[in-house]
Design a protein around this ligand. Structure first.
Ligand SMILES: [Zn+2]
Length: 251
């Protein structure tokens, strides 16, 4: 991601739902402001003193920190994605709520779904304002990933408001009762996506934090179902997380 500053570029305020409450600047306390100021100063000084390498490092570091600064409205660019390599395909705005995560809501869960249909079907229904639900990501059998909702925003994917607010939802094309739905390419691509999300928000890689839709309180959904190989998936997520190349790589 290329955002290098915290400039406030207020785009025409998209209909802010009253119940969303915590969005915008409400979370900006004095403490985080002070921390941000000193961090930025320290990094800039470091960069100037040590040279280009350090400056690049500082910029990357600043990029990561900036992401977490509470109360700063993040700059949004049309078509921008949070996961490197994902293709932006916008969901209908009726299927998510604008937010400013992780400033207004902490993100500490990833919810794994299965579409009960193909990739194209998922895209179609998530673009449909009448559907009332959509996930942040859809993973195709060949490993291609569509991002349909920004991680900043609350996607309506878990059927549970507080879970939606704290989670990122990932759909996988296929069917819960069809083991062949879940290809090697899909597992690897999804695991890489999940590893990136865990890295961005400091989410532990375990089954408490990476859950199936079936485990969401009050749900009647069964996905991802008995054929989803959790042991394999978590191993792959850890492998992706621990890749040396990932260190310091945004998104
Ligand atoms: Zn689901």
């Amino acid at each position: 991601m290329g955002d290098e500053n915290a400039e406030h570029t207020e785009k025409a305020a998209r209909a802010e739902k009253p119940e969303s409450g915590a969005s915008g600047d409400s979370g900006a306390g004095a403490e985080p402001e002070r921390r941000r100021g000193s961090t930025r100063r320290a990094l800039l000084l470091g960069g100037a003193a040590v040279g280009v390498g350090a400056a690049v490092l500082a910029r990357e570091e600043l990029g990561r920190l900036w992401w977490r600064v509470p109360g700063v409205v993040k700059k949004r660019k049309e078509g921008e994605v949070d996961a490197r390599g994902a293709q932006w395909i916008a969901a209908s705005s009726a299927n998510w709520r604008r937010a400013d995560r992780p400033s207004d809501y902490d993100i500490d869960r990833i919810v794994i779904h299965v579409v009960q249909g193909g990739y194209a079907t998922a895209l179609k229904v998530f673009k449909d304002p009448g559907h009332g639900a959509a996930a942040h990501y859809v993973v195709r059998k060949d490993g291609h990933i569509a991002q349909m909702i920004r991680e900043l925003d609350v996607a309506f994917h878990a059927g549970n408001r507080s879970m939606n607010e704290r989670s990122v939802g990932i759909e996988h094309e296929g069917f819960v009762d069809e083991k062949s739905s879940f290809t090697d390419a899909m597992y690897v691509a999804s695991a890489r996506l999940t590893a990136g999300i865990c890295e961005r928000y400091d989410i532990p890689v375990d089954r408490e934090h990476i859950i199936g839709h079936v485990e969401v309180e009050g749900t009647d959904h069964t996905d991802p179902g008995p054929h989803w190989d959790w042991g394999r998936y978590l191993r792959l997520v850890r492998r992706e997380r621990d890749r040396p190349a990932r260190a310091g790589t945004p998104a």
